[in-house]
Design a binder for this molecule. Sequence first.
Ligand code: ADP
Ligand code: MG
Ligand code: MG
Length: 252
Amino acid sequence: MLEIKNLQVKLEEEDKQILKGVDLKVGAGEVHAIMGPNGSGKSTLSYVLSGRDGYEVTGGEATLDGEDLLDLEPEERAALGLFLAFQYPVEIPGVGNMTFLRTAVNAQRKAKGEDEMSAADFLKFIRERAKALKIDADMLKRPVNVGFSGGEKKRNEILQMAVLEPKMCILDETDSGLDVDAMKLVAEGVNALRTEGRGFLVITHYQRLLDHIKPDVVHIMSNGKIVKTGGPELALEVENNGYAEFLDTEEA
Ligand code: ADP
Ligand code: MG
Ligand code: MG
């Protein structure tokens, strides 16, 4: 499903190579975790996959179901079924969460050549999804992320995933600010949305998140490359011994 081959990325503004040949394949129904020390390039990988400005791909490729992602606009990537969890962390005063989600869903349907959902149908749909995830319907009425607590933002992110029904979800759980409760929310959301047809790439600095998610495959990234791939036991190894034994210290 998601296939990354020898991906090389540098900063646009500076002559600094950040990804130095990343290879990764996430199949349908699989949950992969990427771990690694700070500065190893984990977030850069998720930014490049999402189409964020400021990075230049200098080699390699990334495809979703065989479609080249790297030449597409962010919204075209979303229409193909790619979801980036930090895609909408911004606060949008004056725009109700429900309106926002409906706009996102309808934009996606339009891109796929499907009819838009009516307000009434969408209301029914989103209430069902929110209920299934035990998300309070009040959150739907509030402006997007405005004044949301960290936990509420996480819940909202999961709700976005549940309504957009992506094929491939990439969650970059950045190094800071994920307390145990927020971590559990993310894990519950991922577990609830885990299906045969959907893949997950969960990026995390911390092993703790993986106590709750149980990945099929764990990758360790260091110095812009995947330096080790294994099963869930790899995460435990990191917890016990740290990253030192995996580090790639070679200068490129
Ligand atoms: P991680 O998520 O693994 O902590 P990042 O992808 O955030 O790693 O960063 C990888 C490296 O690239 C770091 O050395 C970081 O300082 C550098 N980097 C990433 N983005 C930028 C940027 N926009 N400007 C300057 N340096 C950057
Ligand atoms: Mg970092
Ligand atoms: Mg990061």
